[in-house]
Design a protein around this ligand. Structure first.
Ligand code: AMP
Ligand code: ZN
Length: 135
């Protein structure tokens, strides 16, 4: 399934240029054009799916395995000291391209990336109540 208005579907089809790094039957990995750190890449399903809520289990499993492969590769080939695998879902969750993707972001000791929030202990009763709603 392909969406002609989707830029990542156009990359899969070869209609838009990309630095393709790895592909298999179900997935494609290519370099992000606005890298957070050197080597930042994206892993996507070849079939269009909007986000992690919508994608089927088979394609999601394939994307996660491909992301693991690329995490290992940036560690081995680029000497990354760590890796962030990031998926954004929905505009409120920072998603800007609505074809599911996992960011594979190599992390280097001392690099400038920081968490966008400051972790502080939560209210225990509120945490427990939310846990109950999620069971
Ligand atoms: P998100 O904000 O999580 O939806 O991530 C979208 C990502 O796609 C951003 O990191 C963009 O830099 C990246 N991006 C957008 N267009 C392209 C493109 N044509 N080729 C490679 N990466 C792209
Ligand atoms: Zn698409």
């Amino acid at each position: 399934m392909s969406d002609p208005d989707c830029i990542f579907c156009q990359i899969v089809a070869g209609a838009l240029p990309a630095h393709r790094v790895h592909e298999d039957e179900r997935t494609l990995a290519f370099m992000d054009i606005a890298p957070g750190t050197p080597g930042h890449l994206l892993v996507i399903p070849k079939a269009h799916a909007r986000d992690v809520l919508e994608i089927g289990e088979g394609d999601l499993g394939a994307v996660v395995l491909s992301a693991q492969r690329m995490a290992r590769r940036v560690s081995e080939r680029l000497g990354a000291d760590g890796v962030n695998l990031i998926n954004s879902c929905g505009a409120a969750g920072w998603q800007t391209v609505f074809h599911l993707h996992f960011h594979v972001i190599p992390r280097y000791a001392g690099d400038p990336l920081r968490l966008p929030w400051v972790p502080e202990p939560g209210e225990p009763t509120e945490i427990a109540a939310l846990a109950e709603r999620l069971r």
